[in-house]
Design a protein around this ligand. Structure first.
Ligand SMILES: Cc1cc2nc3c(=O)[nH]c(=O)nc-3n(C[C@H](O)[C@H](O)[C@H](O)COP(=O)(O)OP(=O)(O)OC[C@H]3O[C@@H](n4cnc5c(N)ncnc54)[C@H](O)[C@@H]3O)c2cc1C
Length: 348
C-alpha cells in the first residue's frame, strides 16, 4: 500500500463500535465545542482526549495560567480509554523477575511501588473532586490457568517478595495462596495471587477531569482531527485541521496508537493492537467476590466487577492470534469492527 494510503488509515476511523461505557453514560461532553470557531492560537495545544490528554489538560489548568486547547478527532474519549476494561490492575509482582534481571532490583522496585501508589493517587483525585466515576476499591485474584505459565508466575512473585527495595507495606498488600485455597477462587489453578485493585468507569473519570478543566478555562473542540503538524523556525507549531490552522507554543501529542499518523518517525515503533472487552449481566443476583486476572497463553483474560454486580470481561486473545483475524486486530487502527470469533468467545 502506498505511504499516503497507509497514513490515511492510521488516523482514527470515522465509524467506531459503541462501547458499554460510552453508551450507558450521560453524553454531556460528547460533541462539545467550547467556542464555535477554532481559536487561532494557544500556549499549549493537546491532541487526544483519552486519559493522557485529559490528565495533561487537567493538571496544566490546575497548576499554570497557560491557555490550553484540546483537539479530539471524534467524540470525546472515543479511543482506548472509552472502551477499555475499567480495571486498575495493580498486580505488582507481574514481570518482576525480568524487570530485576534486565534493569536491576532498584528499578524493578520503583515500577512496583509506582503501580501501588497509582491506586492511591487516583482514589485521592476522585474523592478530592467528587468525580462520579464508580471508583471502587477491590481485590484481584491472579490465576495461572495454563501449567506452562506456573513457573514464570512463581518466579515473578518471589522476585517481588525478595526485592529489598520494595516497601514492606507494598508487599503486605499482595498474598499468594496454593492448592485448595487457590481452587476456592478458581478451579483450574494450583496457586494464585491476591492483589489490591479498583474498578472504575474510565469514560466518566475522563469526563469529570475535563469538566473541571473546562471550568478553569480549557477550550475543548471535539470532531476536529489534526491532519498535520508543522514546526516553525522559532520552534513553535502550526497545527492543521479541516476547520483551520492553530498556532501553538507547545503541542502535547496524546494520540496513543494513532501517533504515527502525525509523527512518521513512529512507524515501526508504535503499532496499534486492538483489544476487546464485553459487558455481561447475569439474571441471578450472584456475582464475583473478586476481580480476576487469568494468566493464559497469548493474552490474559480479566474480569472487573461493577457496582451492580455485572461484569466487564476482557481478553479473548487466542481468537485472533493467527490470520485472518490477526489482520483485524494487529497493525490496524480501525476500531469499527472485531472478529466474530471474539464475540463468541465472550458469549461462551
Ligand atoms: C480493549 C481494551 C481494554 C483495556 N483494558 C484496560 C484495563 O482494564 N486497565 C488498564 O489500565 N488499561 C486498559 N487498557 C489500556 C488503556 O485503555 C490505555 O492504555 C489508555 O486508555 C490509553 O489512553 P490514551 O489517552 O493514551 O489514549 P486513547 O484513550 O486511545 O486516546 C487517544 C485519543 O486521541 C485521539 N486522536 C488520535 N489521533 C488524533 C488526531 N490526529 N487528531 C485529534 N485526535 C486524535 C483519538 O480519537 C483518541 O480519543 C485497555 C485497552 C483496550 C483497547
Amino acid at each position: 500500500m502506498a505511504y499516503s494510503a497507509r497514513k490515511q488509515k492510521a488516523f482514527p476511523s470515522k465509524e467506531t463500535t459503541l462501547s458499554y461505557w460510552i453508551g450507558e453514560a450521560e453524553a454531556k461532553l460528547a460533541k462539545h465545542r467550547t467556542t464555535e470557531e477554532l481559536p487561532e492560537q494557544a500556549d499549549v495545544l493537546i491532541i487526544g482526549s483519552g486519559f493522557s490528554g485529559a490528565s495533561v489538560a487537567f493538571n496544566l489548568l490546575e497548576q499554570t495560567d497557560e491557555t490550553v486547547l484540546l483537539l479530539e478527532a471524534r467524540d470525546i474519549c472515543s479511543g482506548a480509554t472509552g472502551r477499555n476494561g475499567g480495571h486498575m490492575r495493580s498486580y505488582y509482582h507481574h514481570d518482576q523477575y525480568d524487570f530485576s534481571k534486565n534493569y536491576g532490583q532498584k528499578t524493578a522496585a520503583h515500577i512496583a511501588m509506582y503501580e501501588h501508589e497509582e491506586l492511591n493517587v487516583v482514589e485521592n483525585l476522585v474523592r478530592k473532586y467528587s468525580i462520579d466515576c464508580n471508583f471502587v476499591r477491590r481485590t484481584s485474584f491472579v490465576t495461572y490457568d495454563d501449567p506452562s505459565l506456573e513457573k514464570s508466575g512463581l518466579r515473578d512473585y518471589y522476585a517481588f517478595v525478595n526485592n529489598p527495595y520494595i516497601d514492606q507495606k507494598v508487599k503486605d498488600g499482595v498474598r499468594i495462596v496454593f492448592d485448595e485455597q487457590a481452587r476456592k477462587e478458581h478451579a483450574s489453578t494450583s496457586f494464585g495471587v491476591y492483589t489490591p485493585t479498583s474498578s472504575v468507569w474510565p469514560y466518566k473519570l475522563v469526563c469529570g477531569l475535563l469538566e473541571i478543566a473546562l471550568s478553569k478555562g480549557l477550550n475543548l473542540q471535539t470532531n476536529t482531527a489534526v491532519e498535520e503538524l508543522e514546526c516553525l523556525e522559532d520552534n513553535t507549531w502550526m497545527v492543521k485541521t479541516p476547520r483551520g490552522h492553530v498556532h501553538a507554543r507547545k503541542v502535547v501529542i496524546a494520540t496513543n496508537a494513532y501517533t504515527r499518523a502525525l509523527l512518521p518517525d513512529f512507524w515501526g515503533k508504535i503499532t496499534p493492537v486492538k483489544g476487546v472487552v464485553s459487558h455481561l449481566k447475569s439474571e441471578s443476583n450472584k456475582t464475583l467476590e473478586t476481580n480476576m486476572v487469568h494468566t493464559i497463553p497469548v493474552e490474559i483474560d480479566y474480569i472487573s466487577v461493577q457496582d451492580d454486580g455485572s461484569l466487564i470481561i476482557g481478553g479473548g486473545g487466542k481468537t485472533y492470534k493467527t490470520p485472518p483475524n490477526r489482520e483485524m486486530m494487529v497493525d490496524n487502527a480501525d476500531d469499527s469492527y472485531f472478529p466474530e470469533e471474539t464475540r463468541q468467545y465472550f458469549v461462551g
